[in-house]
Ligand binder design. Structure first.
Ligand SMILES: *Cc1c(COP(=O)(O)O)cnc(C)c1O
Length: 387
């Protein structure tokens, strides 16, 4: 039926310069962790105004290492929300913690911080807030509770590079933040991520754990200045970023501001063009000062008014050559979490309502207004309404 090419829900913007840098890296003879990762980390530190930025193979690796560094003991609890990617809960479990969940707000999909204190017990060790779609969680009251109860805060900032809360950039203040450079995220290194922290000890532990637990930055041990010997001081993992990945990152970071501005224009245009459609409940904004990084544009379908559920809508869009995404189904209802932690339907009603109705519409920097109009026309056709 549709003759136009498929419009994906997301697509990375990779410049000619970035491609040339990858080629230069390949030709240099050094493709794994090396000088380009070092330079990328220096630029991340400058971007965040933070003393430590550790480049890694993914944000999942970052969450895993930041949580491992807390040395959780059996029974220790870590609080997050069900409205997140599975990696947030999975890494809590892999680090030896018990995930404890707080429901989200119905309009921002972020942790309802007013319910946080009720979830804190004598076993709680850390809070992992998720800045959903690039909208910041209400961090002032969250950090106040963390200070009151002596808890660590590891922010899942996978969506939030460029996000600001109360005039401050996420990553520029607080405890520890984990960013993702997956191709769908606001900037990419292929796969990749980083941990930003102001805690010297945590940074040191993560630097060890990301590369086998070797006692020095061993990446150059085959080079002229490196030593042949190393010691293993911890049983570490293999979560280092490659120079090939950093080659992309070195060109994505300077482009990030432009990417976010374009995402913002498109998201605001969706908000304007879809306002008043009974088929949608559009994303809401919190009252505190913030900057949304618009990693995702995620309205909720109103199945009654739409005459269909979210999955039927997604299928209808696909038939019209428009990609959509599903971020996310409520994590507590996955079989593993039900079986091991006793979660069940009804536990977190806001997250479950969102889970059933949420859909990610196409949004990426290279998307044109014509692309967006096409997506909206397809939507109107799926709903059987005039655009
Ligand atoms: C993408 C994502 C992650 C994992 O990021 P990767 O870099 O793909 O490992 C973690 N948390 C959230 C909320 C995400 O969206």
């Amino acid at each position: 039926m549709a003759t136009e090419e498929f419009l994906p829900f997301s697509r990375p913007s990779i410049s000619r310069e970035a491609i040339a840098e990858v080629v230069a890296c390949l030709e240099s003879g050094w493709i794994t962790t090396g000088p380009r990762v070092k330079k990328f980390e220096d630029e991340l530190k400058r971007y965040f105004g933070a003393p430590h930025a550790l480049a890694l193979s993914s944000a999942t690796a970052g969450l895993h290492l930041a949580l491992l560094a807390l040395e959780l003991k059996p029974g220790d609890e870590v609080i997050t929300t069900p409205m997140t990617f599975a990696a947030t809960l999975n890494t809590i479990v892999l680090a030896g913690g018990k995930p404890v969940l707080v429901d989200v707000e119905p309009d921002t999909y972020n942790m309802d911080v007013s319910q946080l204190e009720g979830a804190i017990t004598k076993h709680t060790r850390a809070i992992v807030p998720v800045h959903f779609a690039g909208l910041p969680v209400d961090l002032d009251p969250l950090y106040a509770l963390a200070a009151k109860h002596g808890l660590r805060v590891i922010e899942d900032a996978a969506h939030a590079i460029g996000t600001e809360y109360q005039g401050k950039r996420i990553g520029a203040f607080g405890d520890t933040q984990v960013f993702s450079f997956h191709p769908n995220k606001n900037m990419t290194t292929g796969e990749g991520g980083c941990v930003v922290t102001r805690d010297d000890k945590l940074a040191e532990t993560i630097a060890l754990l990301r590369f086998h637990g070797m006692d020095r930055e061993a990446w150059n041990r085959f080079g002229k200045t490196g030593s042949q010997h190393y010691e293993i001081v911890l049983p570490g993992l293999k979560y280092n970023m490659m120079d090939l990945q950093a080659a992309l990152g070195l060109h994505q970071l300077p482009a990030l501001e432009g990417f976010i501005q374009r995402r913002t224009q498109l998201a605001q245009r969706y908000q304007k063009l879809l306002a008043g459609w009974p088929q949608w409940t559009l994303p809401g904004a919190p009252g505190y000062p913030h900057r949304h990084a618009w990693h995702l544009y995620t309205p909720l379908i109103n199945p009654q008014a739409a005459g269909m559920d979210r999955d039927a809508f997604m299928t209808g869009m696909k038939e019209r050559n428009i990609g959509t995404g599903l971020h996310y189904r409520a994590a507590h209802l996955y079989p593993y979490y039900r079986e091991h932690f006793g979660f069940k339907p009804g536990d977190f009603s806001n997250a479950e309502t969102i889970s059933d109705r949420i859909v990610s519409l196409p949004l990426f920097p290279a998307m044109t207004e014509a692309d967006q109009d096409r997506a909206i026309a397809a939507m109107a056709s799926v709903f059987g309404r005039r655009a």
